[in-house]
Design a protein around this ligand. Structure first.
Ligand code: ADP
Length: 657
């Protein structure tokens, strides 16, 4: 620049030839040229411009004409912004402007730029102001980068709550409306029909007369609709640039400038894992910015932000759809359980009633075998009924159709009574039962049937999973609550199973107990019943040493739904008291029908025709039969024995071995 300044014919300017310049000007020019910082000097009444190397890029395409040009003339398009500061300095007052937005015509178009600069007066030999000293830094890169970061943050923030892909696009478009300087317009399309068409789901910066009118685009006949690149974007998954916007669509007028956007980018929205784009962001490029690498990088990030939002929206939609489908299945299942258990109940009840009557009426007249058969039928009918009732109760709870009737209850007496129903069974098994139910100080409201089911389920579990030692049923109280705990010295529960124990149908695989029978619904049921009382159930267990189940409920009625005190049930009750529980549990005892039973095979083959071929060849041999259900064991044993085999029936596989 020094060379240029020296070679320049200054006599053509108001400054006159260089050797006529005053000392002050020469010194200032030397100072300017020697500096690395962008500096210009405007000297004399015309403000003739002289500048250094650093300043040259600021002039852009104006250089070299800008050297020696009148400052006012050179920066005419910026005068609205910088004029005041300039004139002010000529009057002797230094001015400083920071991050000033200026539109400069330096590269063949009006360009959005930012500068920080000052004008300060330079005194000459006369003591007056000979010219202005003008250091300047271009801030365009920094300012644009900050602004674009805000755009990206805004898009991410405002689309975060989108609950569908459509909503994400609409929100992204809305957000971009506030950022027209970087994104003059945006259209968001989502592909349909394997990319053959695209549906407009968000638009900003354009009205219906522009692309905004292209609400639905058929990419196969795209030429007529003006989206030749749409299918290419779908197929290639790569961004495309349309630079013949005007010839294709006519002049597009968008905010904030009078000039139409320079070109249009078609950016694929491809969520991670998707093979093809699921949509396209069609974005205008500012007419007043160069589409350089940095600007393109911004569009990449913008596309990534929109893609993330669309992907999240889609995930949310899918999640909701899945949840709805699950809820529907659940509802159907609940209805099914409810109907089926209801249907099972009626005939069962009608069979069990008369059967029970018959057993008591003809008790003395029936011979031992017939009576025993009828008792098996009766017992197992009751067991089935109990199971069906539990399912029915459970589905009623799930369907929100359960009717609890909360009554003021002497919970200590009720609990002790229920627990003592198990005493003789527990003692017969060689164990101890301890019942510690002293009076509580607060008023207790429970649905008695439900309380009964809670106690009996926990107690029969304790019995099922405890082979020796002691079972303790205890009532206690603490700060507004009362607690029932059922402890045992049983097999305990492995630590990693504890979290799943109250899930319905969950059973601990390979748990040791008196029987393997069970549906895994008992504890889930207890939990639901506790919840209906505003309570909770929890468990503490040491594997191999025992478990304690604790049900905790508040005193009083404040936690209970209003209007359900002392009302009467309208649904058929499903409770049958202690008997079915004890009856069922007693079948797990190695006792009358349990343990090792020998069937002697005394009554050999009544009708040989029943056992043809090689079956007949084994008649008289010994069969070891293992089944954990005592009735089943006895029944099958008897059948085999009747056919001529010797049968040894045992309660489990280990005993069989
Ligand atoms: P079920 O007894 O029909 O299997 P539950 O829901 O009552 O179903 O119990 C679920 C599982 O929890 C049982 O399979 C058993 O493994 C475990 N469990 C329940 N109570 C006890 C207990 N007192 N001691 C040890 N394990 C228990």
């Amino acid at each position: 620049m020094g060379r240029l300044v020296r070679a320049y014919d200054w006599s053509r300017t108001g400054l006159g030839p260089r050797d006529s310049w005053p000392r002050s000007l020469l010194t200032t020019v030397d100072l300017c040229l020697a500096s690395n910082f962008p500096i210009a000097i405007a000297w004399g009444p015309d403000g003739v411009q002289i500048y250094n190397d650093g300043y040259m890029p600021i002039c852009g395409g104006k250089h070299p004409r800008s050297m020696g040009q009148s400052f006012r003339e050179c920066w005419a398009e910026a005068w609205g912004v910088i004029g005041d500061a300039y004139e002010q300095a000529l009057l002797g007052e230094t001015s400083f402007l920071e991050n000033q937005r200026i539109f400069l015509e330096r590269n063949g178009y009006l360009e959005e730029t930012f500068f920080s600069f000052s004008f300060s007066p330079i005194r000459d030999e006369t003591g007056g102001i000979g010219g202005l000293f003008h250091p300047v830094v271009e801030m365009t890169g920094k300012m644009l980068s900050e602004r674009r970061t805000r755009v990206l943050k805004d898009v991410a923030d405002r689309t975060a709550k989108a609950k569908s892909a459509d909503e994400a696009c609409a929100l992204a478009a809305q957000t971009l409306a506030d950022h027209g300087t970087d994104v003059p317009f945006a259209l968001l399309y989502l592909f349909e029909d394997k990319g053959r068409s695209a549906r407009l789901v968000g638009v900003t910066g354009l009205d219906e007369s522009g692309f905004g009118g292209l609400t639905y685009v058929d990419s196969t006949s795209s030429a007529s609709l003006g989206w030749p690149q749409l299918e290419a974007v779908y197929r290639s998954g790569r961004a495309q640039e349309l630079d013949d916007v005007e010839s294709r669509f006519g002049k597009l007028v968008t905010a904030p400038y009078a000039e139409a956007p320079k070109s249009v980018l078609m950016l694929p929205i491809t969520p991670p894992g998707a093979e093809r784009p699921i949509g396209v962001l069609v974005a205008g490029v500012s007419a007043r910015l160069a589409l350089d690498e940095v600007y393109l990088g911004f569009y990449d990030l913008l596309t990534a932000a929109v893609t993330a939002a669309v992907a999240n929206g889609r995930a949310f939609e899918e999640e909701r759809r899945r949840a709805e489908a699950l809820a529907e299945i659940n509802l159907a299942k609940t209805a099914f359980f409810s109907n089926v258990s209801h249907e099972f109940r009626t005939p069962l009840t009608l069979m069990l009633g008369p059967l029970g009557d018959m057993l008591s009426r003809y008790h003395s007249r029936l011979d031992g075998e017939d009576r025993s058969d009828l008792e098996v039928i009766h017992r197992n009918g009751l067991r089935l009924l109990k199971l069906v009732n539990t399912l029915l109760d459970f589905s009623r709870i799930e369907a929100g159709r359960v009717q609890a009737v909360y009554e003021k209850t002497d919970i200590a007496a009720l609990t002790a009574d229920l627990a003592s129903g198990f005493r003789s069974l527990i003692e017969r098994a060689g164990m101890q039962l301890s019942v510690e139910c002293s009076e509580l100080s607060g008023a207790v409201y429970v649905d008695r049937d439900m309380w009964e089911k809670i106690v009996l389920n926990l107690l029969s579990n304790a019995f099922k999973y405890t082979l020796e030692g002691k079972i303790t049923v205890k009532l206690s109280q603490s700060e507004g609550h009362f607690q029932l705990s059922v402890s045992d010295t049983g097999t305990g529960i492995p630590e990693d199973e504890i979290g799943h124990l109250f899930e319905r149908f969950h059973r601990v695989e390979g748990a040791r107990g008196r029987t393997h029978e069970g549906s895994g619904i008992g504890l889930a049921f207890v939990q639901e019943l506790a919840k209906l009382h505003g309570g909770t159930v929890s468990v503490e267990s040491v594997y191999g040493h025992g478990s304690t189940f604790t049900v905790r409920m508040p005193f009083g009625t404040a936690h209970l739904p209003k209007g359900l005190f002392g009302a009467s049930q309208t649904l058929a009750p499903t409770s049958h008291g202690v008997a079915p529980f004890v009856e069922e549990a007693s079948r797990w005892l190695p006792g009358s029908d349990g343990g090792v039973a020998h069937f002697t095979g005394s009554s050999l083959l009544a009708s040989p025709a029943v056992a043809p071929g090689n079956v007949a060849a084994t008649v008289g041999a010994r069969i070891v039969l293992a089944d954990d259900n005592a009735d089943m064991r006895k029944y099958v044993g008897k059948l085999l024995e009747g056919q001529g085999w010797m049968v040894v029936a045992v309660g489990d596989g280990e005993a069989a071995v």
